[in-house]
Design a binder for this molecule. Sequence first.
Ligand code: ADP
Length: 390
Amino acid sequence: MSLESLYARPKLLLVDDREENLLALTAVLNEDYDLIEAKSGHEALSHVRDHEFVAILLDVQMPEMDGFETAHEIRKIERAKTTPIIFVTAIHQTEAYAHRGFDVGAIDYLFKPIDTVILKAKLSILADLFRKNIEVRHHSKRLNEQILREKETELLKEQLAARDEFLAMASHELKTPITPLNLQTQAFLKLLESEDFERVDREVLKRMIRTSIRQIERLSDTITKLLDVSRFTSGNIRMSLSEVDLTELVNRVTNSFAIQLESQECHLKINSPGPVIGVMDSFRIEQVLINLLTNAMKYGSGKPIEIEIKNLGEFIEFSVRDYGIGIAPEDQTRIFKRFERASSPTNYGGLGLGLYIANEIIRGHNGTLTVESEYGSGAKFIVQLPVEFI
Ligand code: ADP
């Protein structure tokens, strides 16, 4: 029932085993209240479970369950814990008798024959209180709705701002390699068209092509990350598992970085006990290592990088350690979340996706990716994978 109709015509429960008593009360109260009648305690309880009443007029002397017992049971029903109960009795009050009624939650006693003027006056006070209560509930409902609406608007604004920031970041990351790529290709075309192309040093040409390849790789890496992040977010990722030698995987990946490491004059040291076998998706684990190694080169201030592989029995481990800018303690958890960056995007660029993707891949293997770092002294990212991945 709506608050409005409860407000206009509150419900009143009349409980009496005698038809004539109910009829008499109905005649007096019908105009102002929506009356519901019960001829026994049990019937009264079932109405109390279904409706909210302004008050309950409860006959004390009833067969089977008397008024006291009924009141006792009514108080156990959540919605009727505070509904005013007025006992109606033919027996004249003794103190002990009245106490019994008040003990089970009565707020008043009326004696038969009922003085209808007094009854109406008492009920009218209760109805006023009931209406006030409804008004308060109505206001607080409105207020809650308004707060909810404001929160939703706020959330929407935040989502829009996050989307705009992401679009700006993504387009910046996509555009950054395109400018040098464009310039290199134009310069290359100019050289090709020039008359002394034959005399151009082959090393110069190679360098130009290599620069272009690096930009293309950067573009392709950004696009892969953007695609991966949407796949991981929608849970749409499949692992292709096989037995893999981690040492062999690390050697293969780091060899493909040889030129980049050399051009940055960055020394890489690999520490491995020999073949370390585990079950994993080798393509995905390569991706993790590439992300960690690229970060170590990017944030490692050109200092040496160390990769260590370990066999820990039930787990196998590899870690990538650099001696660069490091990560402040307060950033060490959030950098694994989507789009989170701890360093200035102006100095370093980046989408804040690499560690999120790496972490999702490792979680998908039931493993862990953790970081140990001191701000200013470098960082060590540690991957542990269960040997037998189920
Ligand atoms: P990004 O593309 O921005 O590098 P990542 O998810 O790979 O995205 O890294 C998130 C953030 O974590 C980076 O922006 C950087 O602030 C910090 N970070 C990651 N690796 C390192 C590292 N080896 N040393 C210092 N900071 C790091």
